[in-house]
Design a protein around this ligand. Structure first.
Ligand SMILES: Nc1nc2c(ncn2[C@@H]2O[C@H](COP(=O)(O)OP(=O)(O)O)[C@@H](O)[C@H]2O)c(=O)[nH]1
Ligand SMILES: [Mg+2]
Length: 327
């Protein structure tokens, strides 16, 4: 009747299971019917994330070396959304192509930029027809919609690894090897400003720092329970399996809260996420498209995201065979 619960270091806690006195239906009263000797409170699978702040995420030893080597030769597509990035585009594409990845292709997703980014992207694609591709979006403009279209296209291009990043050098292409090798042991790798080693541009005002810290450390954590430290990060590498497992049609955000929604959904679906520290540089040229209404939208949308996706569990991952039968 009295049961011992080992606490480590030889200490034991003796308790009387509540089920001795009254039977609670476990589905209705999961906490009251909890018996520590039977199953842990955190059911494995649902919270099966590794600790998010892992700095050297790639696997160690010979296995790690071989995995990393293999990853560098995998079919990789970098999705680059652009709106008025004519001054940055050629340089960022040049830096990405100069990286040591044999199978890296770039998909520029342009939203009919008035400054001629679309035409420039076409020129870059015709110069590198094997490696640079352009998606000219029609319909309403938006970062979230652009990423979703880009992800779908990247999957259709057979990508095994899909990278998302800004085209304004806030996300340095030099981090790509670290992000991609992290996928040896994870489903999603996040370029993170808020893990040890990650830093922000020194030119950021205290107000912007405070807002970003509030959004990541307090707001999204409180409402969504996000475990990832940089929930608003837009620099991520996805394994094909993770993106296929997410129902992209159910992603509703359009502004930068899109990043939060994707982070939440991947956590709910139990994908393994690692964070790689990055230095986040302010954009070199041009202006941010982030405005006050976009920030306000993010604040109230966070609740909607919770309501929309809180039921998700790992068994809700979409199966690739379903995906193919729909195409
Ligand atoms: N396709 C597309 N890209 C966008 C849109 N808004 C922003 N972007 C791109 O998304 C990236 C991040 O936008 P940015 O304005 O730098 O936002 P910030 O980094 O949060 O200040 C850049 O590469 C932009 O060109 C959009 O509506 N459509
Ligand atoms: Mg930017």
């Amino acid at each position: 009747m009295i049961r011992p619960l080992p606490l480590g270091g030889g200490a034991k806690l003796y308790y009387i299971p509540a089920s001795r006195f009254v039977k609670f239906p476990a589905a209705k009263w999961p906490l009251l019917s909890w018996q520590p000797h039977r199953f842990p409170l955190r059911r494995p699978g649902i919270f099966a994330l590794p600790p998010p702040a892992r700095y050297n995420a790639s696997l160690p030893g010979v296995r790690g070396f071989l995995c990393t080597l293999a990853l560098f030769h995998m079919n990789t597509v970098v999705v680059l959304p652009t709106y008025n990035e004519a001054d940055n585009l050629a340089a960022i594409v040049g830096e990405l192509l100069a990286l040591d990845f044999t199978e890296l292709r770039i998909l520029i997703v342009d939203d009919r930029s008035p400054d001629g980014t679309g035409e420039l992207a076409d020129a870059l694609a015709s110069r590198n027809p094997e490696r640079v591709f352009v998606l000219h979006r029609q319909g309403p403009r938006g970062l979230g919609r652009s990423y979703l279209d880009g992800f779908r296209q990247a999957l259709a291009m057979g990508a095994e690894i899909i990278v998302q990043m800004d085209a304004d050098f806030s996300h340095s292409p030099s981090y790509l090897p670290a992000l991609i090798s992290a996928l040896a042991d994870a489903d999603v790798a996040v370029g993170s400003r808020y893990v040890r080693g990650g830093t922000l541009d020194e030119h950021w005002s205290w107000w912007r720092r405070l807002l970003s810290w509030w959004a990541n450390a307090i707001y999204t954590r409180m409402i969504l329970g996000l475990r990832v430290h940089d929930g608003t990060a837009g620099f991520k590498a996805w394994s094909r399996g993770a993106l296929e497992g997410i129902d992209l049609d159910a992603i509703s955000s359009n502004g930068y809260v899109f990043q939060v929604e994707m982070a939440y959904v991947s956590e709910r679906l139990g994908y393994r996420i690692v964070e790689i520290p990055i230095h986040f540089e302010d954009r070199r040229i041009g202006r941010s498209k982030m405005s006050v209404p976009v920030k306000l939208e993010a604040a109230y949308r966070t609740f909607e995201i919770r309501l929309r996706h809180r039921h998700l569990r790992p068994h809700h991952r979409r199966h690739p065979s379903i995906l193919h039968s729909e195409v």
